[in-house]
Design a protein around this ligand. Structure first.
Ligand SMILES: Cc1ncc(COP(=O)(O)O)c(C=O)c1O
Ligand SMILES: N[C@@H](CCCC[NH3+])C(=O)O
Length: 420
C-alpha cells in the first residue's frame, strides 16, 4: 500500500491533495506520511519480533520532534550522535533505557548529559574516548555501559561519502586493536562492557557486505569471550538501503533479518539496530514549484524553488531522487531537463538530464524519497528560510515545523556596539 499516490491524476499524501496543501502552506515544503512512518518501523520491528532486539531509530535521518514521538509510540528507541539529538529523543518521550549514543567526537558535556540521563549504551569509537568516558563517569560517580564500535574494514554503502566501515574511514576502533582495547576497558572502574558495535555505511543495497561484517563481529565476540569479557549485546548499526526509483532494489528487512538471525543465533546476544533511512526516507517528499523554464545553450533547465540548502543529497552524493508532477498530464510531451534551484552554486541541482513532462511555471513537482537526510541536512544558505515540514494523517495535516520569519532567521545575530 502506497501512501503517496495519484487519484485522478492528482498526487495525494494519504488523503490530502498535495496541490491544495501547497496552496495553503506555500512551497517549498516537506510532507511526511504518518502511516508510512508507522508501517516502516513496524516492518523492521516485526522482522525481529521473535528476538529481544532494540530498534534504536537513527535520529539524524529525520529528527523532527513529531516524527520521534510517532516512532516512540511504536516502541522505538533512538540512536543519537550529539547532546542535541539526545535532548530531542528524551523530549519526544523516548526512554533513556532505549537510547544509544554513537559518534567519534563526544565531548565532556555530551558524555555528562548522557550519563546523567542514564542512557542504555555508549558506542565508544576510540581509545582516548574510552579513557575520557571512564574519567567523566568517575567524576559523576556513574558506571558507563559501553559497546566498542569496531571497524571491520568492509566496503559498503551507496557512495564513497557514506561508507563508514573501511580502515581509511574515521569510524570505529581498528579491527587489529579491538581485543586490546576491550582488555583495557575491563580494567576501568567506571566502564561496564556490554557489547560490540559496528555500522558499516548507509544506503547499502545488497546483503553481502553486511554478511561479511557481521560474521567478523561474531568471530570477535567469540574471541572476546575467550579473553574473559562478558558480551551481552551486539549493535549492528543501520545502513539498510531503500529504493530511490532508479538503480537496484535493496533487500527487504525480512531477508536482512534472516541473514542476521543465521549469523548471530549461536551468540546469544541482544541485538540492537540503528535504522534511519529505512524508516524515514520513503515516508517523505519535498514539494516544489516551477519558477522558470530556461533554455540554455547546451541544456534545458527547470528552475524550481527548492534548492541544495533544502535537499543537499544530489549535490553531496550525486544522489538520485525521482521527480514527479503533482498534477499529472498523461498526454504531456517529455523532454530532458536539469532540475536546478535558485542557489548560487553550480552544484545546486536536484536532477541532471532527467526525462520529465513539459510543465509551466507555477506547477508543482514532488521530489520523492526525501524523508531522510532531507530536512535534517538543510541550511539557511543564501538566507533562504528553513522550509516547513508537514505531517499528514489520513485527511488531517499539521505543520510540524513552520517557516521562520526573517527576524527569527537573524535572531542570533547582533551589530557590534562600535558600529553605528
Ligand atoms: C552510527 C550510525 N548509526 C546509524 C546510522 C543510520 O544509517 P541509515 O540511515 O543508513 O540506516 C548512521 C548513518 O549512516 C550512523 O552513522
Ligand atoms: N546523510 C547521508 C547518509 C549518511 C548517514 C549518516 N551516517 C545521506 O543522505 O545519504
Amino acid at each position: 500500500m502506497h501512501h503517496f499516490d495519484y487519484r485522478q491524476d492528482r498526487l495525494y499524501a494519504e488523503d490530502i491533495d498535495i496541490s491544495a496543501l501547497a496552496e495553503k502552506v506555500g512551497t517549498p515544503f516537506y510532507v511526511y506520511s504518518e502511516a508510512t512512518l508507522r508501517r516502516h518501523i513496524k516492518v523492521f520491528s516485526t522482522a525481529f519480533a521473535d528476538t529481544d532486539a532494540l530498534v534504536a531509530y537513527s535520529v539524524k535521518a529525520n529528527p523532527n520532534l513529531a516524527v520521534l514521538r510517532i516512532l516512540a509510540s511504536e516502541g522505538a528507541g533512538a540512536d543519537v550522535v550529539s547532546a542535541g539529538e539526545l535532548t530531542r529523543a528524551l523530549h519526544a518521550g523516548i526512554a533513556p533505557e532505549k537510547i544509544v549514543f554513537s559518534g567519534v567526537g563526544k565531548t565532556t558535556e555530551e558524555m555528562e548529559a548522557a550519563l546523567n540521563a542514564e542512557i542504555y549504551q555508549f558506542n565508544v569509537e576510540s581509545a582516548p574516548e574510552l579513557e575520557a568516558l571512564n574519567n567523566i563517569a568517575g567524576d559523576l560517580d556513574k558506571i558507563a555501559p559501553v559497546a566498542i564500535r569496531v571497524n571491520p574494514d568492509v566496503a559498503a554503502g551507496g557512495h564513497d561519502k557514506i561508507s563508514t566501515g573501511r580502515k581509511e574511514d574515521k569510524f570505529g576502533v581498528p579491527w587489529t586493536n579491538a581485543r586490546a582495547l576491550y582488555a583495557r576497558a575491563r580494567e576501568m572502574q567506571n566502564i561496564r562492557i556490554k557489547g560490540v558495535d559496528l555500522h558499516i555505511g548507509s544506503q547499502i543495497a545488497d546483503l553481502a557486505p553486511f554478511e561479511t561484517a557481521f560474521e567478523k563481529a561474531a568471530g570477535l565476540i567469540k574471541d572476546l569471550r575467550e579473553d574473559g569479557c562478558t558480551i551481552e549485546r551486539l549493535d549492528l548499526g543501520g545502513g539498510l538501503g531503500i529504493p530511490y526509483g532508479a538503480g537496484t532494489i535493496p533487500p527487504h528487512p525480512n531477508d536482512y533479518a534472516e541473514l542476521i538471525k543465521r549469523v548471530t543465533a549461536p551468540l546469544d546476544v541482544q541485538l540492537i539496530f540503528e535504522p534511519g533511512r529505512m524508516i524515514a526516507g520513503n515516508a517523505g517528499l519535498l514539494v516544489t514549484k516551477l519558477v522558470y523554464v530556461k533554455e540554455g545553450e547546451a541544456r534545458k533547465f527547470l528552475i524550481v524553488d527548492a534548492a541544495m540548502n533544502d535537499l543537499i543529497r544530489p549535490a553531496l552524493y550525486d544522489a538520485h531522487h525521482d521527480i514527479i508532477p503533482v498534477k499529472r498530464d498523461m498526454d504531456a510531451v517529455n523532454a530532458r531537463y536539469d532540475v536546478v534551484g535558485p542557489v548560487c552554486e553550480s552544484s545546486d541541482y536536484i536532477a541532471k538530464a532527467r526525462n520529465l513532462p513539459e510543465m509551466a511555471p507555477g506547477e508543482y513537482m514532488a521530489i520523492m524519497s526525501a524523508g531522510a537526510y532531507g530536512a535534517s541536512q538543510s541550511s539557511q544558505y543564501n538566507t533562504r528560510p528553513l522550509i516547513p515540514e508537514v505531517l499528514v494523517n489520513g485527511d488531517k495535516h499539521a505543520i510540524i515545523r513552520r517557516r521562520p520569519t526573517f527576524d527569527e532567521m537573524t535572531a542570533l545575530e547582533h551589530y557590534p556596539d562600535w558600529i553605528d
